[in-house]
Design a protein around this ligand. Structure first.
Ligand code: NDP
Length: 394
């Protein structure tokens, strides 16, 4: 029977909720004995308290320092301890769960992730921004702790399932599939006035707001290319992207003998989360079974860097290396937040990112975490300044 002590960082989000639902279903089916150590959130205090009570967590942490009293009062009588502030999230990560779901959105997840990795937890890795921003520091923490890195992003989980770790030199290339997002068939010009409501409507996946916008700009696939370069021992030039609108083939590994291995499944995050939870075993999930005859056909298209310049920016940042991917990520996080608040037109998301990549020059270009976080801050400040400049122009 699957036995785990689990912590869910980002428990109120889309991946966090999927994880808690899966743990609940696995427990009820008698397939697993999973106790939840800690759950965390940013500001959704009621949702966090409900999640903590439902899963019987030992500890609940909220990043918003002003939400501590409300959280404590919502948990009175439950025996669940709580704390507030960014350091409370790190405290949650440091508790003794051997399996940690890293599902905080954005670079805010770096310090908790590193805290969990350094103490040797297995990390179910959804939070791609951490690798894009501070990949070397994250991998060094994993090495120090000795835990396993279990990719949760559906593409990386697919590759993880079919990658021959004993013979990486026999891999010719990795092929990341992309749905193409909601605007795959639109011209760039026609996207000028799209609203956040239109842009978050992904055709295949139900996800949080930030990753949904990243899918609409295709920055998500660019970030995933960088993520793959950190996760798998293949040269970055050998990571390709192909558009596959059905989102059934989740990615492929192309071997030297001409064999191409893929993992398929319904577009439902329950499947990669279950894979990371049970690995190397498997647990049943409520995900829809794949019916190939019903799907009928698979389509593939080239990923177009002119229609989606975010793809080019991410590729160039990866080629440049060093601090460039950190600047890319920070600027994109700010631009997406500004778009979601209605402060920036959709097409200007990549303008802000490109502007920061061209102008932000940190004093240091080292992989040291303090230097990376300083560069992240510099890029965020520059990105907000660019958002304001563009707002004044329009
Ligand atoms: P959501 O926006 O749905 O959830 C994000 C979670 O992180 C919430 O619990 C949120 O708390 C918390 N959070 C946000 N900011 C902070 C902060 N500053 N400090 C502490 N906690 C914070 O995101 P998703 O679940 O969609 O995505 C999470 C990560 O997983 C992202 O990196 C994304 O790229 C990746 N991912 C997501 C997929 C998906 O299907 N959704 C697929 C593959 C990868 P609160 O609710 O209080 O705001």
């Amino acid at each position: 029977m699957l036995k785990r002590r689990a912590t869910i960082l980002g428990a109120t989000g889309s991946v966090g909720q999927t994880t808690l639902n899966l743990i609940d279903a696995a427990k009820k089916s008698g397939d697993a004995d999973i106790s939840v150590v800690a759950v965390t959130a940013n500001s959704k205090v009621k949702e966090l308290a409900e999640a903590a009570k439902a899963c019987g967590a030992e500890f609940a942490a909220i990043a918003n320092p002003h939400a501590g009293e409300e959280l404590a009062s919502l948990l009175i009588g439950t025996g669940i301890k709580s704390a507030a502030g960014p350091e409370a999230i790190i405290e949650a990560a440091e508790m003794d769960a051997e399996w940690v779901m890293a599902a905080i959105m954005g670079a805010a997840g770096i310090k908790p992730l590193i805290a969990a990795a350094e103490r040797g937890a297995d990390i179910a890795f959804a939070n791609k921004e951490c690798l894009v921003c501070a990949g070397d520091a994250v991998l060094a923490a994993m090495k120090k702790g000795g835990g396993r890195l279990l990719p949760v992003d559906s593409e990386h989980n697919a590759i993880f399932q079919v990658f021959d770790v004993e013979r990486p030199h026999r891999v010719r290339k990795l092929i990341l599939t992309a749905s193409g997002g909601p605007f795959r068939e639109r011209t760039r010009e026609s996207l000028r006035g799209v609203s956040p409501e239109e842009a978050v409507k992904h055709p295949n996946w139900s996800m949080g707001a930030k990753i949904s916008i990243d899918s609409a700009t295709m920055m998500n696939k660019g970030l995933e290319r960088i993520e793959a370069a950190y996760l798998f021992p293949v040269p970055k030039e050998d990571i390709d992207i192909v558009v596959h609108p059905q989102s059934v083939i989740h990615s492929l590994v192309d071997y030297v003998d001409g064999s191409v291995l893929a993992q398929l499944g319904s577009p439902d995050m329950t499947i990669p989360v279950a894979s990371a939870l049970a690995w190397p075993d498997r647990v049943p999930t409520p995900a829809k079974q794949l019916n190939l005859a019903e799907i009928g056909r698979f389509d593939f298209f080239e990923a177009d860097e002119e229609q989606f310049p975010a793809l080019r920016l991410a590729r160039e940042s990866l080629d440049e290396g060093g601090i460039a991917t950190c600047i890319l990520n920070a600027a994109n996080e700010v631009a997406v937040a500004a778009f979601l608040k209605g402060h920036l037109p959709f097409l200007d998301i990549t303008d802000v990112t490109e502007h920061c990549l061209e102008t932000v020059r940190p004093n240091h270009d080292s992989a040291d975490l303090a230097d990376v976080l300083a560069a992240d801050k510099l890029a965020r400040d520059a990105a907000w300044a660019r958002v304001e400049e563009l707002a004044q122009r329009s």
